[in-house]
Design a protein around this ligand. Sequence first.
Ligand code: B12
Length: 246
Amino acid sequence: MPTQDSSSAGPLASFDAICRRTPAVGLAVRGAYHPAPGEFNRELPDVNAETLVLLGFTGSEQWQHFRRSVEAKDGWPHPLDRWSRRVIGALAHEFGAADVYPNGEHYLLPFQQLALNSEPVHRSPIGLLIHPSWGLWHAYRGALIFNYRIALPDAVPLANPCDACAAKPCLTGCPVGAFRPGLFDVQACTHHVSSNAGSACRNGGCLARRACPVGTRSRYNEDQMRFHMRAFLSAATTAARSLPGC
Ligand code: B12
């Protein structure tokens, strides 16, 4: 379970200070919000959540930080999750916050909903959240939860880029039609991606995701694409709640 101890941090954290600190450790502040009272009572009964700061990756900008890490090289399972826990755990300690992760061991927080509350993302037709700048090429690595209110900049709403996309190539990009309105057919996807015919997805990344015209400059590099597709395959084909590196 996360721990929270604002007394160890000395002065209260500011949003600016968190934003200045995170790039050095290989993370981007994706956004933040003030949760409603009791919003996490079920998942985190011991945490008083007044401010949530969401951390993650944008394109391949932070990838080399992970790649150079001990976790990426030690050969043990779930390197990206272990890296995230170490780095975000240290930030939590530094700022006196609780740390939470997309693949919680005892609870599962709805990270896509946290993101919708925190930053200008929208749900794309294939279920992944789309960001006006990063397109579909971003992910969440964890969040810091503070037991006091941190002043946050005013949210700037940005239009959903999918509204201006008439062709919606993401919906036809999957060779086995795994993305249907309101449904992601995990079995059809994994069956294809693990087959001989699925080498383009396996090695170059999800074809539906790659069909999206938004944020193409932020597309993951080849190494990152391959890493995530491998992690996805192993997550989707092993225990349902063990989801390394999603
Ligand atoms: C379980 C899970 C999965 C399962 C999906 C099970 C399903 N029924 O669809 C599996 C392992 C298959 C999966 C796959 C992927 N996932 Co996933 N997944 C999660 C996880 C850990 C938990 C979701 C959950 O159960 N939430 C709890 C319920 C209450 O909340 P919910 O919002 O209703 O959750 C639903 C959706 O999140 C949905 N879902 C989850 N992943 C995906 C992916 C797609 C494409 C779609 C349509 C739906 C979907 O399934 C949940 C249950 O119905 C979240 C992290 C999190 N904690 O939210 C990441 C997460 C949603 N996944 C993510 C990603 C990126 C992926 C992949 C694209 C990974 C990759 N390859 O890079 C793949 C998609 C396959 C592909 N073609 O590439 C990101 C999404 C980021 C974004 N931009 O929106 C998240 C937030 C993780 C992260 N670290 O950022 N995932």
